[in-house]
Write a protein that binds this ligand. Structure first.
Ligand code: FPP
Length: 248
């Protein structure tokens, strides 16, 4: 497993002492999980959605403040229509169940990504799920949908350019802090750990801005099999990392 630090016990005080505030998750391996069992790929996505529910619960329990899960990228539209439709149906049904799913739970649900692609019905379901959880102050659960890190940065640049063109800022004053305000996760704690299971070692256009100083953690487990113990291992490794943020 690349980039994994060697096995160490958590720092004094246990893993809790350095629990990441914000974890990004690339839910990879659903298709292979299903294929290994002779099931349609969509069965892997269903199981992957169940895994996500479990992992969010567990993150909340151990003190993680925010989780951002990559559910659909700007590139995923190129998959077979049948698979795209199945994932979108799952997501839409998930959103429709928001009252039941989030009622009574202290969770703040949000969707990030380029939402201009979705029709009014879908968009309305997103907004409803966000609105009913907006007053909560517990764990933030972001789903990244039609999300692309490059698109996010390009859109932020475009908004800054508009600000400049309309005289709200001079171009030379547009700096990292200015652009950061236009990133989707600007009001969340910084992403400090990105997890990618399934034996692939790349970011695939996920959270490129936030990845500048996030720790990366990879494992061979396919996402549907990802367990609370896997998350413990990721958090333990995170706690043992020496984060210097460019210093010494
Ligand atoms: C990547 O695995 C997974 C996706 C592109 C879709 C992930 C979506 C979900 C788990 C659905 C989430 C839904 C809800 C309701 C929260 P892959 O298909 O690329 O796997 P492979 O690499 O093994 O083919």
């Amino acid at each position: 497993m690349w980039f994994k630090t060697k096995k160490t016990s958590p720092k004094k005080g246990g893993a809790k002492a350095a629990v990441p505030k914000h974890i990004g998750i690339i839910m990879d391996g659903n298709g292979r999980w299903a294929q290994k069992r002779g099931l349609p790929r969509t069965a892997g996505h269903k199981k992957g959605a169940d895994t996500l529910e479990r992992i969010i619960e567990y993150c909340d329990k151990i003190g993680v403040k925010a989780v951002t899960a990559y559910a659909f990228s700007t590139e995923n539209w190129s998959r077979p229509k049948e698979e795209v439709d199945a994932i979108m149906d799952m997501l839409y049904n998930y959103l429709l169940q928001a009252d039941k799913k989030f009622g009574g739970r202290n969770i703040r649900f949000r969707v990030i990504g380029d939402l201009s692609r979705f029709d009014d019905k879908f968009f309305g379901a997103i907004r409803h799920a966000e609105e009913i959880t907006a007053g909560n102050d517990g764990i933030i659960f972001n789903i990244a949908l039609n999300y692309g890190g490059r698109r996010e940065i390009a859109q932020a640049a475009s908004r800054a350019a508009r600000d400049a063109a309309e005289g709200r800022i001079s171009p030379e004053k547009i700096d990292e802090d200015y652009l950061a305000k236009y990133m989707y996760l600007s009001d969340c704690p910084s992403v400090d750990l990105i997890i990618r299971p399934s034996g692939e070692y790349r970011l695939s256009n996920f959270l490129l801005w936030e990845a500048a100083y996030a720790e990366l953690w990879f494992s061979d487990t396919l996402w549907p099999d990802f367990s609370e113990r896997d998350l413990d291992r990721a958090v333990e490794d995170f706690a043992a990392r020496n984060r210097r943020f460019g210093g010494i």
